[in-house]
Design a protein around this ligand. Structure first.
Ligand SMILES: Cc1cc2nc3c(=O)[nH]c(=O)nc-3n(C[C@H](O)[C@H](O)[C@H](O)COP(=O)(O)OP(=O)(O)OC[C@H]3O[C@@H](n4cnc5c(N)ncnc54)[C@H](O)[C@@H]3O)c2cc1C
Length: 384
């Protein structure tokens, strides 16, 4: 792997940085952190400029780049503000990725272009109240009736659920399958369908502009054409999907860490105690040096996983390493940033506490850090 971004990738980075610095203002960040609302206008602006559809092919309204270019954009958005950055980058969450691999041409034509253009919002529903890390069995069922499927169950912690237009839902289609994950399938549903109800979750620790909700599915009828891919292959499609999207979570973490680091560095250069800038104290400067090392290492792991994926050598273990490491780095660096700000770091107006609150989710969603470590250990066990 070349450790230098190409000219085009550097241009994408510059453009994303320029957009983020202009549009994701500190005032907007504070406002939406308090309101806990999705920044729809900002999302549409980002979508118009192509920042939300980097890895969607041009024929479906996207930019036709790879995961690495998407990671670069996500990193730049989250560097400026993690709450707004995550919300904007997850607006067309996962549905294009699944459909591009397993959807019919009709499904791709119908669902992907409006998501690529930012006209619609998507949600992907796997987690249930009783099944989080372990999704090998779903309590949500889909039963065939004529030329429809009838879905019943509850989904928990679903990003965008209260505002989404299109949903993808993991259901148990064969309750007797052994092992149970061989009897799961994915279905598409749309807002307004009878039997689909979303409830907004309030009081999250961070990423507040990225709205989350639960889904209640009560005799939800979907046409048989809404089955995605083959019947009873949903679990496998889901794992494959996470191997792609987890890299963008690692990129969120790198961006969050970078943003907090830059704020701490600038503060350490200007804040004086004992007659000199904080950065003159070795206790502070070594902390900054360690923060810079960790961020660079996290970025390299993330870019490596994305590069492997884009170059037809996808590596789930590289992806898990990137996500587990980058998310830990985001927690540690944002914590150190607050420490460097001292008492001011504890105040919302100085912005670093928000970065710390937002960093935590990267260790939880799309597979907790413990689940990433299981993937890594399973790989290590197979090594000679
Ligand atoms: C803000 C937010 C947004 C989310 N968005 C989505 C979404 O869009 N779609 C969706 O489907 N889900 C979403 N989730 C759900 C998220 O993916 C789950 O919360 C996560 O997978 C963990 O599941 P759980 O919360 O049930 O925890 P549990 O699975 O109950 O785990 C609790 C703890 O036990 C640990 N643990 C569990 N099993 C093991 C094991 N075998 N070995 C070691 N440790 C283990 C976990 O790592 C964790 O620390 C979201 C969650 C949040 C908070």
């Amino acid at each position: 792997m070349k450790f230098k971004l190409t000219e085009e990738q550097q241009e994408i980075k510059r453009a994303a940085r320029e957009f983020a610095e202009k549009e994701l203002t500190p005032e907007l960040a504070l406002e939406y952190d308090q309101k806990e609302e999705f920044p729809m206008e900002l999302y549409k602006k980002a979508a118009q400029l192509g920042f939300t559809s980097m890895r969607i092919p041009c024929e479906y309204g996207g930019q036709g780049y790879g995961v690495l270019e998407d990671c670069i954009v996500v990193e730049e958005l989250c560097r400026v503000d993690p709450g707004l950055g995550v919300a904007v980058s997850l607006g067309n969450l996962m549905i294009p990725d699944v459909l591009l691999k397993h959807g019919t041409e009709e499904q791709k034509q119908k669902y992907i272009p409006p998501l690529a253009k930012g006209e619609k919002i998507s949600a992907a529903a796997f987690t249930e109240p009783e099944h989080g890390s372990d999704i090998t069995r779903m309590d949500t069922t889909a039963v065939k009736s004529g030329n429809e499927w009838i879905i019943n169950g509850d989904k928990q912690f679903i990003t965008n659920a209260p505002i989404a237009d299109i949903f993808i839902i993991l259901c148990q289609t064969d309750p007797n399958a052994q092992p149970s994950y061989r009897g799961q399938s994915l279905f598409l549903a749309e807002k307004g369908m009878q039997g689909l109800e979303a409830t907004k979750l309030h009081g999250k620790m961070g990423i507040k502009p990225c709205v989350t909700g639960s889904l209640s599915l009560c005799d939800l009828h979907v046409p048989e054409t809404n089955l995605v891919g083959e019947l009873n292959r949903g679990f496998y499609y889901t794992l494959e999907l996470f191997d792609e999207t987890r890299m963008t979570v690692a990129a969120q973490a790198v961006g969050i860490a970078q943003g907090a680091f830059e704020k701490a560095l600038a503060y350490a250069k200007t804040r004086k105690q004992f007659g000199q800038p904080l950065i003159n104290f070795q206790g502070v400067s070594f902390k900054l040096a360690e923060m810079a090392i960790k961020i660079e290492a996290a970025r390299m792991l993330t870019y490596k996983a994305a590069w492997l994926y884009d170059n037809e050598k996808p590596s789930p273990v590289a992806t898990s390493m990137a996500k587990a490491y980058a998310s830990r780095v985001a927690m540690e660096v944002t914590d150190d940033a607050i420490q460097i700000f001292g008492g001011y770091g504890y105040l919302a107006d100085y912005h670093v506490e928000r970065f710390h609150r937002c960093a935590k989710i990267t260790e939880i969603y799309e597979g907790t850090s413990e689940i990433q470590k299981l993937t890594i250990v399973n790989y290590l066990k197979k090594q000679p």
